[in-house]
Design a binder for this molecule. Structure first.
Ligand code: MG
Length: 326
């Protein structure tokens, strides 16, 4: 399989942590509901490909997200995993369920805009932060780590452009309540690199350290990798991505355009940045999942590399490589 030629570019980080969201953000936005056994195999294969930060599922009510209604069973079947594996929790009830399943890290999902807070959480931004403060305090008391998502950081479908100060206020509030990491989400994919740089600069001015920041770009307008590079140039070393671009299939009505992990890995390895990910193993995993979903992946890298793999994602084209994977 072809691999990118590594050529460094200026003073970029030497290592990047990829935070894999395919099993949660990806599958929750797919129209096909995947069975629990397939999810278990998917997550094990992601970890085997070298991903050490894999968000597993969400403890939301089944009526909200039927795709993730099997959270308890999934965690029970997965058993102990190496690495860091948060679950999303929307409220105290979700936290109770996560604790009962032995979770060690959670993520909460705040909005930078009032309209999305109302639509997604049925609360104002302030009310939602107050509610999360209770969840985060309890999680910290239980010894859990907490990641805070901020959605709609650059644009909102109802409000248009989002003022960076508004994002910084929400980010600051999440850190102040005890979140260890922030994930800045370009939920509708409208950011361009200058906007990314501007937001990171403003966060720095409000004493948010770059080590506390992760970026979560969507490729809706083809800007995800350009935005990633802008973030790398400013020292961000945690980048969210979704294997095979799950959750962002252009053939599905729910297309949200998650940055595909394969596309990210191609860029990072091309820049000489270590990720610990075996790109071929990851591609095989995403092709396998695409087969189960019955539709092609939107990942450009995966589609470019797929013909160099065999029709069965498990069998390398080149028989000499037969024993080197899986
Ligand atoms: Mg996403």
């Amino acid at each position: 399989m072809r691999t990118p030629t590594a050529v460094s570019l200026g003073a970029l980080p030497s290592h990047v942590t990829i935070y894999e969201v395919g099993a949660r953000d990806g599958l929750q936005n797919e129209s096909t509901v995947v069975d629990v056994a397939t999810k278990v195999e998917f997550i094990h294969r992601l970890i085997d490909s070298g991903l050490r930060n894999v968000e597993l599922t969400s403890f939301v009510p089944a009526s909200w997200v039927p795709q993730l209604a099997d959270a308890e069973e999934l965690l029970a079947r997965l058993g102990p995993l190496s690495g860091r594996h948060p679950v999303l929790v929307p409220n105290e009830r979700g936290l109770e369920r996560a604790l009962a399943s032995g979770v060690r890290e959670i993520a909460v999902f705040a909005s930078a805009t009032e309209t999305f807070a109302q639509r997604n959480l049925n609360r104002t931004v302030r009310e939602s932060l107050d509610a999360f403060a209770v969840v985060v305090a309890r999680a910290l008391a239980e010894g859990l780590a907490v990641r805070g998502y901020v959605s709609m950081c650059f644009g909102d479908p109802w409000e248009g452009d989002v003022a960076p100060d508004q994002v910084v206020d929400v980010a600051r509030a999440l850190l102040d309540m005890g979140c260890a990491e922030l994930s800045l989400g370009d939920t509708i994919g409208v950011a361009t690199p200058g906007a990314v740089a501007r937001l990171l600069e403003l966060l720095g001015e409000r004493d948010v350290r770059v080590e506390q920041i992760a970026v979560h770009f969507h490729d809706t307008y083809g800007q995800a990798l350009a935005n990633t590079l802008a973030a790398l140039e400013r020292g961000v070393t945690t980048i969210d991505a979704s294997a095979g671009g799950l959750g962002g299939c252009p053939f599905a009505g729910s297309a949200t355009g998650n940055l595909a992990t394969e596309d990210l890995v191609w860029q990072l390895h091309g820049l000489g940045i270590e990720t610990g990910v075996d790109l071929e193993a990851l591609c095989r995993t995403s092709l396998w999942m695409a087969q189960r979903l019955g539709r092609p992946s939107p990942s450009r890298t995966l589609n470019a590399l797929a013909p160099t793999l065999t029709s069965s994602e498990r069998e390398p084209v080149d028989s000499k490589k037969e024993d080197s994977h899986e």
